[in-house]
Design a protein around this ligand. Sequence first.
Ligand SMILES: [Zn+2]
Length: 340
Amino acid sequence: MRSRFCLLILLLLPVAGLAADELFDIKPVADGVYAAIAKPAYKTNCNAAIIILDDGVLVVDTHSKPSAARALMAQIKTVTDKPVRYVVDTHFHWDHYQGNEAYPSSWPAGLEIIASQPTREAIESRGIPRVKHEILTVPRDLERLRGELARAGADDRKRLQDEIAKREAYLGELRAMQVTLPSMTFDRSLVLYRKTRTVQILWLGKGHTDGDVVVYLPAEKVIATGDLLHGWMPYMADSHPYDWIRTLEAAAALDFDQVIPGHGDVLAGKDRFRLWTRYFRDLMREAAEAYARGDTRAEAREKVAAALRPTYGGPFGHYFDESIAGNVDKAYRTVGGVVD
Ligand SMILES: [Zn+2]
């Protein structure tokens, strides 16, 4: 019996390894520095940066739920046996911090979750209500899917059952979630000086939110940017567009060759910074012109999108049409206040 049990465990081990691998691609970017690139999933997860220090590990961002953070921890164990000692929340959005809880529960002794003060405040004032709101709205989504399942033909049943199972699991995590606030905040910069490397955690100005921070490794020439810059299209709802341009310029002035962004693949060099700053300038100028000539918001949406599409439709790909309306709305409101 015992040997059969051992065999069973041996058979299960690689499978458990594979299951943990499913959420992230771990890519080395420098000695002891890895990008964990999130694979598409329900719910969307952000990327992480994994930085190995002499006394432990620093992880940037914690994804949408504790199980995603635990899946990353399992993958971290494939590259180091050191404990995670520092977690950085780049900003307050749900897909970057809702996994926080998993870290102190796995390493209860001496783990700090680091963020800017505005990020900590926003998780408390906006993150917690958002979790409560989702606990009420995910069941509505489930009800709709169960209705579809009841009417579905054989071809759609499997897909719908998967969709339902994912939402049920997420809802279970939300209901059990102990929203975990950062334990350490700072104003402009927090620097970890360790024997093997120096890690700078920097607030360079308002941008995608008022509290975004970057994690910069000057010797390795690597920067992790959260959602101040990534491989998709900027999400602007909580942003400060004019400040964002200056903040990106400040980040681009640092000396780095590789970027671990909040979403999308590792980026080389500074081209993406130039693309985003140019995009914000053009977007804000077009929105200001639309406002000045008396366009309604609906007209502005259409005309600004048409003006920007030839330049940005290519570099942003399918994200352009998915995000442009929201971006124009934000730009228009920023220029003119609430106008319809
Ligand atoms: Zn994000």
